[in-house]
Design a protein around this ligand. Structure first.
Ligand SMILES: [Zn+2]
Length: 94
């Protein structure tokens, strides 16, 4: 079975989403709204609780304490782990 959800839908590589993803990373991250995978609460990233800022940050849900976002520096890279979020909504400002 293909990874495609719809019969006959063309499958492209990730480069096809490059422009859309670039828009996400131009957005103000503290205004993005995260949906917690632990309890379903919706909160702006700026309202999450931040821990461990010396080596990066773990942003936790203010309702249930689930680690929603982990971000840290790894050499020349910045690694973002969003597995604690059901989704993160970024508002694109024209
Ligand atoms: Zn939660």
């Amino acid at each position: 079975m293909s990874d495609s959800d719809e019969p006959g839908e063309a499958r492209l590589d990730g480069n096809a989403a490059g422009a859309l993803l670039a828009e996400v990373f131009r957005c103000e991250p503290s205004m993005a709204r995260a949906v917690c995978s632990g309890c379903g609460a919706i909160a702006p990233v700026g309202a999450l609780w931040a821990y461990g800022l010396e080596m990066g940050a773990i942003l936790r849900c203010p309702v249930c304490d689930t680690a929603i976002i982990r971000v840290g520096a790894a050499g020349t890279a910045i690694v973002v782990d969003l597995r604690g979020a059901v989704s993160v909504r970024f508002e694109v400002v024209p």
